[in-house]
Design a protein around this ligand. Structure first.
Ligand code: PMP
Length: 466
């Protein structure tokens, strides 16, 4: 029995996994029959499976392994902090050194007066905390009706009950109950899917107007916050129209609606800056949520960063009776995670990785754009080191451009055979490689992707689907 736990036989591990692990987004129809890819080790931008096959990790773990795998500094930091102080409760007036220093480091790098940090252990936890704070804030200000949350279709904000209720991917809605009484969805800002003939400018105006119209429809006195990823990541790397985010912020200010910028993906260098809200999109939100790249995925951690304006309005002499923000987790500000995050920031900034991404990002995007010559490619979009190739398939009898099949999974299978892992979602091939990729690595990624798209196209033709 004991030996079994330590078996490295990939077939056996796959069997154990299929029998006992309920993975995120498991397909219950195939969970006991479909073999998982058993991953064993990783270094730099490469990951190897238990059978020794090596792949370029085209998705950076899951938008998170910024500095690459196997960084000795992070491993040593983790061990040293565990030896010094592995854990203590963060509740009440208990501080630990790395968490305090990390909060300061985040405050220094966050825009405007965002200077107060609460820690979580995931992106979902960070977003959940932000919503709970928005409700707490308006209750403290004696405006308890301000509790509605506005989000957008194609958004992804997490997998807790509340944050899952804020996800705008229709496919994920089936068989669940959600907090629909609290969450309201604006139409998608995906310009690729805009009505035929509509100009980009009209599309942008319409999307901004959608937000104002929804606030007015719900009543500004009932709306607590607008939550938006600067670039919608999992929903298909949807880059918003020019000036869309600043104009949304203006509208939020006009109606005293808190603007929560969900930077779980866009922070920590993915767009070449520690935070993208201000440096890339010119907005200073009220709250920023982050996770993933905060620790380069070496250990779980999330953070929510609040503006002084909000904190001041409800603390100290402005505090109500019993003003306890009863939000937080056993592992909030975990010292080992905080120490890793501090070292990760040091690497991102000290090794010039942010500057590197400002060079490799545009190169990555330009090279991917060249895939547009393939008939299967409908759209290529992205920014920095996050990108999406949207496939279009002319299914027999369907409208041209309709993308209604799991074509990206086919592309991913071909890519894996050629040594690259992508993130497939329906017709979307998503890429977010570690930030240390070089232009040479990018050439290899794009070349494998091209071959995989062509192979998929040929399969579809051979099957008579195209
Ligand atoms: N927000 C965004 C924008 C995300 O992309 C994700 C995860 N993909 C989350 C929140 C949730 O983060 P986690 O999975 O760490 O809970």
């Amino acid at each position: 029995m004991f030996a079994k736990h330590h078996s490295l036989d990939p077939v056996e591990i796959a069997q154990v996994d299929k029998r006992h692990v309920l993975h995120p987004w498991s397909d219950l129809k195939t969970m006991h029959t479909e073999d998982p890819l058993v991953l064993a080790e990783a270094k730099g931008i490469h990951i190897s499976d238990a059978e020794g096959n090596r792949y370029i990790d085209g998705i950076g773990g899951m938008w998170c392994v910024q500095v690459g795998y196997g960084r000795e500094e992070l491993i040593v930091t983790m061990a040293e902090q565990a030896r010094r102080l592995c854990y203590y409760t963060p509740f009440g007036a208990m501080a630990n050194v790395p968490a305090a220093q990390l909060a300061q480091a985040l405050a220094e790098r966050a825009p405007g007066d965002l200077n107060t940090v609460s820690f979580a252990t995931s992106g979902s936890g960070a977003v959940d905390s932000a919503i709970r704070f928005a409700h707490f804030y308006f209750n403290c200000l004696d405006q308890p009706s301000k509790r509605q949350v506005i989000v957008r279709m194609d958004s992804y904000h997490g997998s807790t009950y509340l944050t899952a209720s804020m996800n705008g991917k229709r496919r994920d809605w089936s068989q669940f109950n959600y907090a629909r009484e609290l969450v309201h969805f604006l139409p998608s800002v995906n310009a690729f899917r805009r009505p035929k003939g509509q100009s980009l400018e009209d599309f942008a105006n319409e999307k901004v107007a959608d937000l104002e119209a929804m606030i007015l429809e719900l009543g500004p006195e009932n709306v607590a916050c607008f939550v938006a990823e600067p670039i919608q990541a999992s929903g298909g790397v949807i880059v918003p129209p020019e000036m869309y985010l600043p104009r949304c912020l203006e509208i939020c200010r006009k109606y005293d609606v808190l603007y929560i910028s969900d930077e779980v993906v866009t922070a920590f260098g993915r767009l070449g800056h520690i935070f993208a809200s201000k440096d890339v999109f010119g907005i200073t939100p009220d709250i920023i949520t982050c996770a993933k790249g905060l620790t380069s995925g070496y250990i779980p951690m999330g953070a929510t960063i609040y503006s002084d304006r909000l904190i001041k309005a409800i603390s100290g002499e402005n505090a109500v009776d019993h003003p306890y923000f009863t939000n937080g987790f056993t592992y909030s500000g975990h010292p080992v995670a905080a120490a890793v995050a501090l070292k990760n920031l040091e690497i991102l900034e000290g090794d010039g990785i942010l500057e590197q991404v400002r060079d490799t990002g545009p190169y990555f995007q330009a090279e991917l754009q060249k895939l547009r010559d393939l008939p299967i490619v409908g759209d290529v979009r992205g920014m920095g080191l996050m990108a999406c190739v949207e496939c279009v398939v002319r299914k027999i009898g369907a409208e041209p451009g309709e993308a209604d099949m799991a074509v990206a999974a086919r592309v991913d299978a071909h890519a894996q055979e050629r040594g690259l892992i992508l993130r497939p979602f329906e017709s979307l091939c998503i890429l977010s490689p570690p930030l240390i990729v070089t232009t040479k690595d990018i050439d290899r990624i794009v070349s494998i992707l091209r071959d995989s798209l062509i192979a998929t196209q040929n399969d579809l033709i051979a099957e008579g689907i195209w």
